[in-house]
Design a protein around this ligand. Sequence first.
Ligand code: GDP
Length: 413
Amino acid sequence: MGMNDTPSGERVHIGFFGRRNVGKSSLVNRVTGQELSVVSEVRGTTTDPVYKAMELLPMGPVVIIDTPGFDDEGSLGELRVQKTRQILHKTDVAVLVVDAPEGICPCDRQLLELFRKKGIPYLIAVNKSDLMGEADGRIEPPDESFQTGWDPVYVSAAQGDKIYELKERIAALSAAEDKSRRLAADLIQPLDMIVLVVPIDSAAPKGRLILPQQQTIRDILEAGASSLVVRESELADVLQKLGRNPDMVITDSQVFEEVVGVVPLDVPLTSFSILMARYKGLLETAVQGVTAIDRLQDGDKILIAEGCTHHRQCDDIGTVKIPRFLKGYTGKELVIETASGMSFPEDLSSYALVIHCGGCMLNEREVHWRIHCAGEEGVPITNYGIAIAHMKGILRRSIGIFPDLQKLLKEGK
Ligand code: GDP
């Protein structure tokens, strides 16, 4: 994906599910084929889902997930369910494609039950409707528990029938999912001046800013405020030149210590990672979870998990910096494991603590899924920025703009 595209964490993820040969691929091609801008297509093996990021009218930026066929064949039943559940962790809207002549089969029902269990809004696309006669009537739900809201769209991928209706129905479901959570805009007033502190060190990507920084600048613009972006090395001089206090300072958490020393105490100060964690719905849990660091014992196992596999800067923080800080701060012999990308283990029961990245590449649903996995096992979960701030003793200051959270921190101690 090019750097000017909507980040995948911001796109509505639409999954197409169904058995083999129901015409799922044909339908996905119909839905996506009319679009001019398929910006990326990630193809794995035939048993992996295909992700297509694109602008899909009337929805806007989406990721279409074309899933492998969900069939009864072979002894791989459990593996198949497992794989499908992994896709469902990030699915915002599900489309179940059903074969018109065959109606709802047991594996369709199994899929419907998975959607329902995970609370994923779904709709049913009955494909090959061109093969249905007038007398064939409608496709009925597997039992009355699915009756409410049962309203399939009858489409034909072969003939291109009702494709736009299908897209409108998907759009309606994804609009209902739309959230109003903001990265920073709700914390600032129009015409505020926000200073952003961005270190440009060897780990910073060449020639550009990283995603949370870009998104924050964009959000500040949308709020009608202005941002001034500066390195930590110039911060003191720039603050002096300004002639008045900025309305807020947002810094990279790695230079938080230096920044704290320079920013006047009455200026609200926070970090990109704290804003990102709040935006993804992880902040409260992370603040609660971070105090577990103080209770770690020799031999405790810690999982450091990253949402993606290609951020050199995050990789450096996760595999080098945090393990080093943990060792120094706790003085304990800890067992540290790392996971990146899709390899997040579902069973976390053996860990004493999970430290997750800011999740800028994960959509909110997937972040919530990961929190849920930790919660199920009673394993505390926190994130990079909060963990670093805590170990450096600057967490209280960096969440000072959220008084409710400061209370949580006190209670956790
Ligand atoms: P998938 O395995 O579910 O991805 O199914 P495919 O898209 O590969 O389609 C399976 C078969 O169904 C192919 O032979 C298609 O030509 C056929 N097919 C797909 N959509 C339709 C349709 O709307 N009507 C009819 N009659 N056949 C279709």
